[in-house]
Ligand binder design. Structure first.
Ligand SMILES: Cc1cc2nc3c(=O)[nH]c(=O)nc-3n(C[C@H](O)[C@H](O)[C@H](O)COP(=O)(O)OP(=O)(O)OC[C@H]3O[C@@H](n4cnc5c(N)ncnc54)[C@H](O)[C@@H]3O)c2cc1C
Length: 433
């Protein structure tokens, strides 16, 4: 298409995408395949850093079962159109076409057999084949609209993003000269800068700043898919159990997840906690059922009648469906029934057994917080979706401006859903820019 247009200076593009991450690269290759002249700019020195670190290095790139219910956001309907137009089998098809070996894990999650690098390389190869240019280590200084220009709608002023070493060298040489600027123009500008998690991987708030510059509203952001932290006695207790993992039901008033829990030196982690963190707000309590397959109250009261001489710990270690790890049982004993630890069931009041049973089946905990953006997999909140077209991702405040991926107020569950959102939103945008 661009071949039929009058020649433009080489800093003019049909489409400029800020962010060479998951959504940005997918949008680029989609638009490039349509013959659009596409430039991707990123301040990082490498494209797709989060892809590389995802899924423990194996990239959980999508899920067999993608439903709008797997996403949260102020407008839960916003994600539906893109997800239905770009289902997960489209991405799986691309992975298979590139002969990337992959496997399914529980709950339909798809991972690379070898390395997340395979997914990144696939995206970069597709971009190259579609004629997309990717320019890294580029700092975006400013973005403005060109009101009187017939050929372009936006102008971007950029400089070279200096490495730490280069910055230090300039400082030592007391070099205060301005860095040379490169200006780019484009008709469509796509903001694909992602969220705030893992700042060391290139995360920045530029996408939110640009959205505000063009009149968009932001939904408060927070670290999500992130472990919980605890202070005081609970924190001590949890730390003492570091390394223990068990299947639990973790819930709050909004949602419930039956998944593994992991005690760590910093707090509570594992899939159940990460999932719950998407639905948790500061100051709220969470509930953990440590033995979801067993009604402990019923178990203890029945054993009091049938085996009155047994101790609580014996019942819990021998009669439960999935016995509690020994160390956890000992800790629970110290916490809940230290005074009656050597007392036979017959001599423990029913009310006490009910209290103990109810704590094990619904342990109420109040996290002091989360590990924050430092370790969070995603950012909850972001650009309010009411002001963005759900069909094209175009801004309703500024023609030609688009937002895709995690920068929007769309947050997926753990399990490949965040990448599926990145591919789907990148695709529908790449089809129209
Ligand atoms: C440790 C970890 C593991 C994860 N594992 C999974 C997983 O297995 N499955 C899954 O579905 N999701 C996973 N995620 C989430 C997933 O990585 C993100 O949701 C997804 O990458 C979002 O895509 P995006 O394109 O919106 O943003 P990103 O992929 O984060 O890309 C944003 C890009 O914008 C660039 N950028 C930011 N600011 C600027 C700026 N000022 N100037 C220029 N460029 C800028 C960044 O350098 C980056 O390249 C994981 C996340 C983390 C942190």
């Amino acid at each position: 298409m661009s071949n039929h247009r009058p020649a433009q200076p080489n800093t003019h593009y049909d489409v400029i995408i800020i962010g060479a991450g998951a959504s940005g690269l997918y949008c680029a290759l989609t638009a490039g395949r349509r013959g659009r002249r596409v430039l991707v700019l990123d301040h990082a020195n490498k494209a797709g850093k989060k892809i590389l670190m995802s899924g423990g290095g194996r990239c959980n790139f999508t899920n067999y079962f993608v439903e709008p219910e797997h996403f949260i956001g102020t407008n839960p309907h916003f994600c539906k159109s893109a997800l239905s137009r770009y289902p997960s089998w489209e991405f799986i098809g691309l992975v298979e076409a590139h002969k990337i070996p992959y496997h399914e894990r529980e709950h339909g999650q798809l991972f690379c057999d070898d390395s997340a690098q395979d997914i990144l390389q696939m995206l970069l190869d597709e971009c190259t084949a579609a004629g997309v240019q990717v320019r890294l280590s580029t700092q975006i200084e400013s973005v403005r609209t060109l009101d009187n220009d017939k050929n372009a709608r936006f102008e971007l002023v950029t400089t070279k993003q200096l490495s730490k070493k280069e910055k230090q060298a300039r400082k030592e040489a007391n070099n205060q000269t301005k860095l040379p600027q490169t200006n780019y123009c484009c008709d469509s500008l796509v903001v694909a800068t992602g969220g705030l998690s893992i700042p060391t991987m290139g995360a920045s708030g530029l996408g939110y700043e640009l959205a505000q510059q063009f009149g968009h509203t932001l939904i408060a952001t927070d670290a999500s898919l992130v472990p919980f932290t605890f202070t005081d006695k609970t924190g001590e207790l949890i730390r003492a159990l570091a390394g223990i993992s068990l299947p639990v039901i973790a819930s709050n008033e909004r949602i419930s997840f039956k998944l593994p829990l992991l005690f760590t030196h910093r707090g509570l982690s594992g899939p159940s906690m990460l999932q719950l963190s998407n639905y948790w707000y500061s100051g709220e309590a969470i509930e953990i059922n440590l033995l979801p397959e067993t009604d402990i109250i019923e178990l203890l009261l029945t054993h009091k009648k049938t085996h009155p001489k047994q101790l609580i710990r014996t019942v819990l270690s021998e009669s439960t469906h999935n016995a509690l790890p020994k160390k956890l049982l000992t800790t629970l004993q110290t916490m809940l029934w230290e005074d009656v630890k050597d007392t036979e069931l017959a001599n423990i009041k029913d009310e006490r057994l009910i209290e103990i049973g109810s704590t094990i089946n619904s342990w109420q905990l109040k996290p002091s917080g989360t590990e924050g953006y430092r370790t969070a997999e995603v950012t909850r909140g972001g650009i309010k979706t009411d002001d963005v077209s759900s069909k094209t991702m175009e801004s309703k405040c500024q023609d030609g401006l688009y937002f895709i991926g995690e920068v929007l107020d769309v947050t997926g569950w753990l399990g490949g859903y965040n990448f599926q959102w990145a591919w789907a939103s990148g695709f529908v945008c790449g089809e129209v820019v």
